[in-house]
Design a protein around this ligand. Structure first.
Ligand code: HEM
Length: 420
């Protein structure tokens, strides 16, 4: 790769001819304009690009829509158990991507029949969530959060609203009250384990999350309720308590960050793009259209790690070796010009790969529930604060330095103060 616009780019890891010219994923230039990087990668490498992860660990980035569809629909070739990786001897225990690739006995890393059993229990439990009730609960949570800053005429929405809403909604869905010291601590520990900041101890926080969910499972065994945890416990598949704890952690983690960033990127679009003109009554396009456009063009889960080749296999003209790691380039695939001539990206249909595809895709009712949460959050905010505007230049908004999750560092807004 030779694009001078990407100074943190290439160098091949020694002794790896397949990764000659591999591109380091990361760096500021990636974070601010990833679509530019995907275009360059596609031009220079085709639909499957050799890349280097943190510490120059080699992997493949699957950028092509049809290649990505192929990978995700052939889990016997591209499997999910990270213990298959041929790079473990090069990975230090404190590797930054360890939280995503370190094997855990949860639904995320299981394969075959065992995966179908675990994913089936989650699907059935999520299907029991009443979408009207969820919308009502989200409305109450949104009202509570907005009430805390409405009188001041200004807010930083990422901290004050965007992250808190889906977290509280999901915790409640799993059978815990939305308020109370216990829940507040769990929400805090989840935040630290999913997205640690300076001075946080994510390992200790993750340990406390496990303890709290073990207690929740015990309580629900004794006194079941109309919630996801109780439905998982009574499923005839008969998962053990520890399997349920692991899968509850996966559900909460898989729901919170992507849904929060879906809300964030939708609000950014609404507040910065004149087609939506939310501060002038009668913007031409709706919140629903903004939510869908974000899934095509600014999807929260940009890249997902990943799959591991079960045997030697060719893909997109590349020789993939058994145990190689493949990163799912969901955002890149959504804008693949082979599928969508550039002008049609953002179309009204939902054929994007933002919820992935195949056996391990985001389990069926989850995208609908995320849509209810995101839509209710955005609509309630705009309804309660109708003259909401950005309190910064759009160019001043900065993206978080992550190649995995696309969301803003901060979203400052102002509005006419509302007295309660
Ligand atoms: C109520 C909200 C949500 C819940 C409960 C949820 C739950 C889950 C679960 C349990 C998995 C693991 C599936 C498996 O390995 O079998 C998963 C995977 C995933 N989810 Fe979601 N999710 C939610 C929202 C979202 C949102 C908003 C997005 C992005 C727009 C998203 C994108 C994904 C992706 C890309 C995967 C990885 C699929 C793969 O490995 O191929 N999810 N989700």
């Amino acid at each position: 790769m030779t694009d001078p616009g990407y100074p943190s780019a290439p160098t091949a890891p020694p002794g790896c001819p397949a990764h000659a010219g591999a591109v380091r994923l990361g760096g500021l230039e990636y974070q601010q304009a990833p679509s530019q990087l995907y275009r360059t990668l596609r031009r220079d490498h085709g639909p499957v690009a050799p890349v280097l992860l943190d510490g120059d660990i080699p992997a493949w980035l699957v950028l092509g829509y049809s290649e990505l569809t192929y990978v995700t629909s052939h889990d016997e070739l591209f499997a999910r158990d990270s213990r298959r990786w041929n790079q473990w001897e090069n990975i230090p225990p404190d590797w930054p991507l360890m939280p995503f690739v370190g094997y855990q006995p949860s639904v995320l890393f299981t394969e075959g029949e065992d995966h179908r059993r675990r994913a089936g229990v989650i699907t059935q439990a999520l299907e029991g969530v009443d979408q009207f009730e969820l919308s009502h609960d989200c409305r109450l949570i949104a009202d509570d959060l907005i009430g805390r800053f409405a009188g001041s005429g200004q807010a930083e929405l990422m901290a004050d609203f965007v992250h808190a809403l889906p977290m509280r909604a999901v915790v409640q869905m799993c059978g815990m009250p939305t308020s109370g010291e216990d829940t507040r601590r769990l929400v805090d520990d989840l935040r630290v384990s999913l997205d640690a900041g300076e001075g946080d101890d994510p390992v200790a926080a993750y340990g406390r999350v496990g303890e709290r969910l073990r207690q929740l499972v015990k309580d629900k065994r004794a006194a079941p309720g109309p919630d996801v945890t109780s439905r998982m416990l009574k499923d005839p598949a008969g998962l053990t308590d520890e399997e349920i704890v692991q899968d509850l952690i996966s559900v909460i983690a898989a729901a919170q960050q992507p849904t929060a960033n879906w809300i964030c990127n939708t609000l950014r679009l609404l507040l910065t793009d004149e087609r939506f003109a939310v501060n002038v009554s009668g913007g031409r396009l709706s919140v629903g259209e903004a939510l869908n456009e974000v899934l095509w063009l600014d999807t929260p889960t940009q890249n997902f790690i990943g799959r591991w080749a079960a045997r030697d296999v060719r893909l997109g003209g590349r020789q993939i070796r058994a145990g190689d790691c493949l990163v799912l380039g969901l955002a890149a695939a959504n804008t693949d010009p082979q599928i969508w001539p550039e002008g049609h990206v953002g179309a009204e249909n939902a054929a994007h790969l933002s919820f992935s595809n195949g056996e391990h895709r985001c389990p069926y009712p989850a995208p609908l529930l995320a849509d209810v949460m995101a839509r209710t959050a955005v609509e309630t905010l705009l309804e309660r604060l109708p003259d909401l505007v950005l309190a910064a230049d759009p160019e001043e908004l900065s993206w978080r330095p992550s190649i995995w999750m696309r969301g803003l560092d901060a979203l400052p807004v102002r509005f006419t103060p509302v007295m309660q």
